[in-house]
Design a protein around this ligand. Sequence first.
Ligand code: ADP
Length: 548
Amino acid sequence: MLHSTMQDVPLLISRILAHGSTIHGRSTVTTWTGEPEPHRRTFAEIGERAAQLAHALRELGVDEGQPAGTLMWNNAEHVEAYLAIPSMGAVLHTLNLRLPPEQLAYIVNHAADRIILVNGSLLPLLVPLLPHLPRVEHVIVAGPGDRSALDGVAPAVHDYEELIAGRPTRYDWPELDERAPAAMCYTSGTTGDPKGVVYSHRSIYLHSMQVNMTESMGLTDRDTSLVVVPQFHVNAWGLPHSTFMAGVHMLMPDRFLQPAPLAEMIERERPTHAAAVPTIWQGLLAEVTANPRDLTSLDRVTIGGSACPPSLMEAYDKLGVRLCHAWGMTETSPLGTMANPPAGLTAEEEWPYRLTQGRFPAGVEARLTGPGGDIMPWDGESAGELEVRGPWIAAAYYGGPDAEPLRPEDKFSPDGWLKTGDVGTISPDGFLTLTDRAKDVIKSGGEWISSVELENALMAHPDVAEAAVVAVPDEKWGERPLATVVLKEGATTDYAELRAFLGESIAKWQLPERWTIVPTVPKTSVGKFDKKVIRRQYAEGALDITEL
Ligand code: ADP
């Protein structure tokens, strides 16, 4: 029996921290403050402060394998927590501040967080929850914000800066098992109750390397990344780890996520990369159309989390900003695919590739399971539910401190693949095109209609700001599409014209009969169209429907 002769060094977050804070010690994290000058901190300083934070948390009783929650915006202190908590062997639990309070309380209690790091500006959200969080013993407050609301609350309260001040700037990071838990994130519950995914050191390390590959985001220490995607949303798509690994400067918006400050940040700080969901890019586009700003420093932009409408990509092309479409989910760390076209193509030939969700990297294996359970071919036409597996794909959900991991049948196949709930096709060269979520696809008379295709076609109309299409019950066909449309200011179009416009690119039998104009499309906590809400509004008769 022959054995490998290679060293077996565990892939640990502490190694990413040590590397970034020394080799790339001069790289910076810039946090927007709303003041004339943003706040800047080097990776070397972050490394020292992460060690100080780890000493403090250790003194407060945080042990290996225990969760520590963060309720924070994207900022330097959150990066410190990202690196310190897993490096000391504890588990970083990022809390989604946009969840309804009862879901947030459910998640803190389910994970059994004993410590919560919170930004001062988020205390109005946390304080009313505290009576419902019996296990929380310590609250650590970072950054500006009125602390008086914490007077008399049950857990011990600490100021982040006071807590870490004067502590040793080095920590003897433990040599952990690379399969040990490092971070956890609950799904945002677009299609059900939040479920916890627990990432390992190994999965985060390998995922970070993939993020840094040229075929993915491919950033280096010459880049600055504007990390708009929240650190509480699937580890900000892996950026805090991958940037530390490669010395990429980070530009963190903190709570200034509105289009105007984002536009100002880009013009002043000149990031070369940015990552955000389509709704952010829609808002920014409207802003710079009204108040022009220079966005041309943005050389590559990663857009994902929901489908990027082609019209949005075109609009940014005209501004000299190239959006690169990516697909992923909480369960996939999240990098699943990225739509960098194959080499050697003209801009025109690249276009159809850019509209896909992208190509699978070596670490993500994919297959499509058709309606009858058969594995479908990669021919760009046969549709099925996407299933994936790989070293940064979840194998189960967190069951709770004393429970076994959960492997619901609708999420994991008997042979261990993750069932994504996304429906689509794969081309022979491995480009994924999603046509819908399994739960959103419109099943009309035994045929499938893609809600996403209808939405994209509608959003290409010059009078349409946003459009969401959902399935509604229909006596004859089972289900039919309902189009909910948000019009731009000064729009003059009507339903008949919109329907005719759709007819130019969509088969006649797929065109919606039911239409409604709404002031906004309801969104989930991470900015996706909340189709559950639209379906409910329809069922309750709360929408003013016109039938054509
Ligand atoms: P939730 O399921 O709670 O919304 P996630 O943030 O994990 O939480 O969402 C993952 C889902 O988002 C994917 O399964 C997919 O449906 C959708 N999604 C992500 N990226 C894209 C994309 N580029 N195009 C279309 N859908 C996407």
